[in-house]
Design a protein around this ligand. Structure first.
Ligand code: ZN
Ligand code: ZN
Length: 381
């Protein structure tokens, strides 16, 4: 079966690339993937799969019922693009490769069907909206989409700094990300009499110094930095009494993020209020770090090795970037999940407006996903 999968991917290179090019042109931002959803529905109709869409949001879930009872094996692709300035034009742009992910997941499904694969259980394909804003996976978890999924495989193209073209990794060790927002309330006064006011710019300066001085466990990679400040008005002769700030936090493990958030909260509250100002701070958004399942890492690793040889198998890259895929196993611990890292020669980097990669990598990804599904069903035998 693995050899058939490999040959199918080889002989369908052109049609795989043309799907990618069509999806690339449809680029839409988070929660607005309507044309993308319609395109994929049409393609699924053409190859005879039934699927579920949602009245209240974008996204598609395909369910392929086998003739016998068994586990549910899931594949997941994200769908959204980024809004960015591309050579002077602001537009939705697929610079994170989600067009490639949809292409590979769609063709993996097609590959399994056309090579005569019969699932001993159920295949579930999840086209998930809104990865970039962090809410897409959670919305599908809330709808119960993941409740019956036993094994789940995602995929993400990797930049050239992490994996070279022709290689793949059985997991991506994404870190945890959190964004914190804060407000400071002081007291206005004439700038000639600063002793009568509470200057929130002084508070901001203390907050920035305090965040930079936080000292978490140095054995786990972490970072915390103030990424936004706003205070004052056009009248430069008034002591300002309102400020806002934002902080970006990264930690390679979920427990380390809990610790970092606690330390930053305490530091900001103490430092910002030292002059009598009132400080509020909250976590505005958070993504969980990867917790790849060892069984799934081994399974995907054996798929990569059988398809392309042991020289194609790379160790999982450790990256401070985040991915909402990891909510599936952290929110639903029964789900055994991993995310394939695909070497594509991608440069200059993910989210760069002119990001490019070698399109020959798409067929490799299709084969890895299809072979991983085949192997996941073999676990039960
Ligand atoms: Zn991204
Ligand atoms: Zn992405």
């Amino acid at each position: 079966m693995i050899e058939q999968v490999k040959q199918w991917a080889e002989s369908n290179r052109e049609s795989i690339v043309s799907t990618y090019q069509e999806l690339h042109e449809l680029a839409e931002v988070s929660w607005q993937e309507t044309k993308t959803t319609a395109y994929l529905c049409k393609r699924l109709d053409d190859i005879g799969f039934s699927y579920q869409t949602f009245a209240d949001q974008t996204g598609i879930v395909v369910t392929w019922e086998g003739e016998t009872d068994g586990p549910t094996v899931g594949l997941r692709a994200d769908m959204d693009a980024l809004w960015q300035n591309v050579e002077g034009v602001w537009k939705a742009n697929h610079s994170c490769g989600h067009d490639a992910h949809m292409t590979m997941v769609f063709h993996a499904l097609r590959c399994l069907k056309e090579t005569g694969f019969q699932p001993k259980g159920r295949v579930k394909v999840i086209f998930q909206p809104a990865e970039e804003t962090g809410g897409g996976a959670l919305s599908l978890i809330d709808k119960g989409i993941i409740d019956d999924v036993d094994y789940l495989v995602g995929i993400h193209v990797r930049p050239i700094q992490e994996l070279s073209f022709g290689t793949a990794s059985p997991a991506i060790h994404h870190g945890s990300v959190a964004m914190m927002r804060g407000r400071i309330k002081g007291l206005q006064a004439h700038a000639a009499r600063p002793n009568l006011g509470i200057n929130v710019v002084d508070s901001l300066s203390a907050v920035i110094a305090a965040v930079n001085a936080v000292k978490p466990d140095p054995t786990i990679p972490t970072s915390a930095k103030v990424t936004k400040v706003r205070a004052g008005s056009d009248n430069l002769n008034i002591i300002p009494d309102e400020a806002e700030f934002g902080i970006d936090l990264r930690a390679q493990r979920n427990e380390a993020m809990d610790d970092l958030i606690a330390r930053v909260t305490k530091a900001v509250q103490h430092a910002g209020s030292a002059n009598g100002a009132e400080v509020e701070i909250e976590v505005a958004a958070r993504l969980d770090a990867a917790v790849p399942n060892p069984l799934m890492e081994q399974l995907v690793g054996s798929a990569i090795t059988e398809l392309f040889g042991s020289e194609a198998l790379s160790a999982p890259p450790v990256t401070p970037g985040g991915e909402d895929f990891h909510f599936y196993p952290t929110r639903k611990p029964h789900v055994k999940a991993t995310m394939v890292g695909l070497g594509t020669g991608l440069a200059p980097g993910l989210h760069h407006p002119l990001m490019q990669f070698n399109l020959d990598a798409l067929a490799n990804g299709v084969a890895i996903l299809a072979a991983s599904v085949v192997k996941a069903f073999e676990l039960q035998q």
